[in-house]
Write a protein that binds this ligand. Structure first.
Ligand code: GTP
Ligand code: ZN
Length: 316
């Protein structure tokens, strides 16, 4: 009899799977034709059917995939699947809020088909002189993204600028598989601990030193508790976008695309001196709404430049 299970951890030939009915973890192997020498064939997050010998017989259809494009080989490398939510974590104090990074994660959320949520963390240290949270909220709200105002360190912090706080975030995560993304130091680990009421404690897990002496917490694949599941996969947290195709980028910026189709020329550079540019000739440059969209345009143009500067033979 086949049992439904989910891949929690994937190796080259062995997969740690959680059986649905019993919640039991088993090590499974896979039918050769499911692997086909292609490492994309079974990934973390996959729902699978396994037999009584713990052999994976079938991979069920994915609702979404997290991947990078390998332009040179015209392939995509899938690293995880079936993720419900992308929780974009930012800090309002230190490290300072980086709009450009948030927009990069939004591009991925769009590309991968994962619903993004936005968390403004470290609100206990919020200083309106250095950041206008209302502006950042409006930017996200225009895109239909829910925003949460929290302090992972001071969990009794009460949200005062935005409608939603930590309790609302916990509710959204209930029963869902989420991935937490954000720059190093924004408080992902602490937030995960707060959101799971201490049930998932990454702070006590592997803490490795990576890069410039910064701590980067790593955990493997899926970790879950009775309220939420977390997913992680190598490479998924990088915010470079150089693997994207230039012509695809705009489709991940629906708000910019809507304006860009109204520019006089289809190859408009969207700069102040571009003739007939919708953004500069049709919008009231003093209007608040315009400043919101222009800040999105800035992100778009920066990413477009980054993509076009990467020669395709380097896109691996
Ligand atoms: N004041 C304040 N400090 C916080 C808050 N959340 C996290 N911190 C602190 O910020 C630092 C970084 O928090 P982490 O949870 O390790 O951040 P991270 O995003 O997981 O960082 P990486 O593991 O490097 O990716 C720690 O010193 C935390 O105690 C908060 O809400 N308020
Ligand atoms: Zn234009």
């Amino acid at each position: 009899m086949l049992r439904k299970a989910r891949v929690f951890k994937s190796g080259k030939r062995e997969f740690e799977c959680k059986i649905f009915e019993t919640n039991e973890m088993v090590m499974a192997t896979a039918l050769g034709n499911l692997l086909k020498g292609d490492e994309n064939s079974i990934v973390v997050g996959d729902y699978v059917m396994i037999d009584e010998h713990n052999t994976i017989m079938e991979v069920l259809k994915r609702t979404n995939e997290m991947f990078r494009l390998i332009v040179r080989e015209q392939k995509k490398k899938v690293t995880a699947s079936n993720c419900d939510l992308m929780v974009i974590v930012s800090s309002v104090s230190r490290p300072e809020y980086k709009r450009g990074i948030v927009d990069r994660f939004l591009v991925r959320a769009h590309q991968w088909g994962i619903r993004p949520l936005m968390v403004f963390n470290k609100m206990d240290e919020y200083d309106s002189a250095t950041l206008d949270i209302k502006f950042e909220f409006d930017r996200m709200n225009n895109l239909g993204i829910e925003c949460f105002e929290v302090s992972a360190a001071k969990q009794d912090y009460k949200n005062q600028f935005l409608e939603l706080g930590l309790e609302d975030l916990k509710q959204r995560l209930q029963g869902k598989t989420s991935i937490f993304l954000g720059q190093s130091g924004v408080g992902k680990s602490k937030l995960i601990s707060a959101a799971s009421e201490g049930k998932i404690n990454l702070l006590s897990r592997d803490v490795g030193k990576v890069g410039k002496g910064k701590h980067t917490t790593t955990w493997s694949e899926i970790v879950d508790c009775d309220t939420m599941s977390l997913m992680d996969s190598p490479g998924i947290r990088s915010f470079g976008v150089e693997d994207l195709l230039e012509e695809d980028l705009i489709t991940y910026f629906p708000d910019i695309e809507e304006g860009a189709v109204q520019c006089k020329f289809s190859n408009c550079a969207h700069t102040e001196d571009s003739p007939g540019c919708f953004f500069y000739s049709k919008l009231d440059q003093n209007a608040y709404e315009t400043t919101l969209i222009m800040s999105r345009l800035e992100s778009y143009l920066r990413m477009r430049e980054e993509i076009s500067e990467t020669p395709s033979y380097l896109k691996k």
